[in-house]
Design a protein around this ligand. Sequence first.
Ligand code: ADP
Length: 445
Amino acid sequence: MRQRLRVAQDVFAVRQLGREVARAVGMEQQDQTRLATALSEVGRVLLADGSTADVVFVADVDGVTTTLRVTVENSGGSRAAELGTQLAQVGRLVDTLEVGDAGNGTVVRMARRIPASAPPLTPQRMDDIRARLANHVPGTPLDELHVQNEQLIAALDEVRAQRDDLARLNAELEETNRGVMALYHQLSDELEETNRGVVALYAELDERSLQLRGASEAKSRFLANVSHELRAPVTAIIGLGRLLTDEASDSLTEEQHRQVDLIRGSATDLLTLVNDLLDLAKAEAGRVEPRWTDVDLRAMFGQLRGTLRPLATRPEVDFRIDDPAVASLRSDETLLGRVLRNLLTNALKFTAAGSVRLSVRRVDGDAEFVVADTGTGIPPEQHERIFEEFYQVPGSSALSGRGTGLGLPYARRLAGILGGALRLESEPGRGSRFTLRLPMTVPAP
Ligand code: ADP
């Protein structure tokens, strides 16, 4: 489609034509106005110097997209640079706008995409559009002014509607913001409140643990003092008992002899208890300082074998101390010996038949001592309790000796002092297995 512009009034005609073409190819109302306005502005600028201009409309179908291209060319000399600045704003009305020099004039090329929703531009339809536009009779400038005014009113209406929408949206946004701020304040108030509570709780916890530590220290001090004070008189009673029953003393009646033996027996039990209490109190008060030496385990195991053999009197029990798989380790010989002796004595006390066995091996760089027996075993719910002071499994009765319930808490304390740990696996009826794990070298303080 082609049209020639000769005089300034033709700008109105080309504007109408642009709108008609845009409508015919299926552009929306606003795009029709945009294209018409762009075209009339380009026409006005190109005709301003009194020259004539040609306008060409081409529908360019490229696969799925269809573009309407409009070329306007005048014969007023090459002024592309100058006219380009004048038309800079017009470019916003179309998708692309280029101004260039052509022969002895200036050429403006514009393009605008036709929406995909528009009916396809078949050759048949193109023929129809061309025929319709050929019969198009341009209206007068007044008609065009009228159309423009109507479009302006419609555009202004739309702008107002958009502004109202925007104002409503802003109001909603403000409302939401107020809500969010209120929520935020509420949350931060709650957080502050919670934090205050947590801080107070921690202060109370600190206070309590200080009190607890104080109480525990007082208990240890009390035990240490009392047991220390008790040791002398109890030892004296035992000594006096021995004197009374001595061959060299005046002879006693049989009944007196029996009673003095009872007194001595009770005093010996009492002395064991006092000694155990003193040991535990010292360990708890942190008054046990290990003396680190290279402990020869072969020698230590030999000694244990010798001292405990007399306790393993039952032929039904196989008492075995294996040759150590670890030659030596850095530890306190006396304390380690006490822990192992305690565990072995317990095992012998609670094993009627089967075996009691001590072994040691390397595990992940540590030494692991295991005292395993096939005795009565300990119910799972008592596994931690037997490490409490004076606790003895209800109903359990030792095959020999009475016990104080202080041996295991003491053993666990010593394990800790030696930088290790003592743990238990046991099943009632099947036996127990105490594992003492110690570092091979002096632990860091
Ligand atoms: P004691 O042996 O003087 O009673 P312990 O603290 O050494 O005190 O042991 C506490 C309790 O744990 C024992 O009274 C006993 O009930 C239980 N126990 C300890 N070792 C064994 C074991 N090897 N087999 C079964 N029970 C055990």
